[in-house]
Design a binder for this molecule. Structure first.
Ligand code: RM4
Ligand code: MN
Length: 384
């Protein structure tokens, strides 16, 4: 049993986001930290540290244009040399003045064309970087009733998605992300999983939904969404983070580790753990140091996964079948309440890693090295 769980944990693949290594903040203030990367090459170097100490974070997601470089094949080579690879390409059609009233759903065809062109360019980047996943998040929406036609915006969205879908290579896919509000405050064009699902369903198997855990109304049962999408073959991946109030982008598992466990249980239950679902982080470390923040987040996902793998599925099924409500609940809680840290420390040693990645990174000299070496230039930041 333990051997089997360890084998599954060893094969885990958590993707870290390039933007987590840059400066970030809220609309009130971005706090600069020393040693922050100045370009995508340095971001990838930091991501490689997370993999070096955890052993389960072998890819890094890029965000275009934040990570624009002249030669993506060269960036991919740099990543490979550091022991990591390039993961999903995240498109950005939300930071240009043209997009004030929307991107692919904008009322003006010229702006829509510009946005679609950016998405197509992102597929070119995927080709060059060897990436198989495009992530689409649209900030599109309206602030006031009557501002634009809700139905027409769905038509424009469908048209844009159709064009991008047609551009995908046979081994590529896109993941459509939903978010219930912000920056649009009245009606968002892809506000929920149902809207994303309906668009993806119409397009075909290379279009799937991505669940960003911070993109729901408070109290939403995210594991239900996960179970449903997985059952339909439409769960493409996660943007993990945690939230107390809105889209806080805090470290995953910090606000609600029990929710993360419940999500991972449904993933495992539905066979999603080994089926190409992308386990990505989408976080910002506004006040904590970035690389340790990512290491902690990866460990939190690992712990939730280990607990979910520990669920005694046979005992659970027996309790469920016999209608033993309390016994069924106890099976889940027993797994959740197990301290899996010794198991993970053992596993790391078997993988020739230090048992405590946080301590090992702190003692590695890398935090001091980047502070000394990264002087001059412009620090990367959310939006830069
Ligand atoms: C959005 C969305 C996207 C992420 C950007 C940075 O809110 O979650 O996935 O790429 O933020
Ligand atoms: Mn996201």
């Amino acid at each position: 049993m333990t051997v089997d769980i360890k084998a599954q944990l060893r094969a885990q693949h958590i993707e870290t986001p390039s933007w987590a290594y840059g400066n970030s903040g809220t609309r009130f203030k971005v706090f600069a930290q020393r040693g922050v990367p100045r370009d995508p090459y340095e971001k990838i170097a930091d991501a490689a540290q997370v993999h070096l100490f955890t052993g389960v974070a072998p890819t890094v997601a890029l965000h275009i244009p934040w990570d624009r470089v002249d030669d993506y094949a060269d960036l991919a080579r740099h990543a490979r040399e550091l022991g990591v690879g390039i993961g999903a390409i995240n498109s950005n059609v939300f930071q240009d003045d043209d997009y004030m009233l929307g991107s692919v759903t904008h009322p003006d065809a010229r702006v829509r064309r510009k946005a679609i062109q950016h998405l197509l360019d992102c597929v070119d980047i995927m080709d060059a970087a060897g990436s198989d996943t495009l992530k689409l998040w649209f900030s599109d929406g309206i602030n006031y009733p009557g501002q634009d036609d809700i139905r027409a915006r769905q038509d424009r969205l469908a048209e844009a998605l159709t064009e991008v879908y047609a551009r995908l290579g046979p081994s590529q896919r896109f993941l459509l992300e939903y978010k219930f509000f912000e920056p649009a405050f009245y009606a968002t064009d892809v506000p929920d999983w149902g809207t994303a699902y309906a668009h993806c369903l119409r397009l075909g198997p290379q279009a799937q939904v991505v669940v960003d855990t911070g993109h729901h109304a408070p109290g939403t049962n995210i594991e239900f969404i996960v179970a449903f999408l997985l059952r339909e073959g439409k769960l493409g991946g996660f943007d993990f983070n945690s939230r107390f109030y809105a889209d806080d982008d805090l470290m995953v598992g910090a606000a609600d580790p029990f929710q993360l466990f419940r999500i991972m249980y449904e993933v495992i239950r539905g066979g999603g753990y080994t089926s190409g679902i992308a386990f990505m982080l989408d976080q910002c470390h506004n006040i904590e140091p970035k690389i340790p923040g990512q290491i902690r987040s990866v460990m939190n996902v690992q712990e939730a996964t280990a607990k979910a793998l520990l669920v005694d599925r046979a005992a659970l099924a027996a309790a469920q079948t016999s209608g033993d409500v309390l016994a069924a609940n106890a099976v889940l809680m027993d797994a959740y309440n197990t301290d899996v840290r010794p198991l993970l420390a053992d596993l790391r040693q078997e993988m020739s890693l230090a048992p405590d990645p946080m301590a090992a990174y702190a003692a590695s000299g890398y935090p001091e090295k980047i502070v000394t070496e990264r002087v001059g230039g412009t620090q990367a930041g959310w939006g830069a």
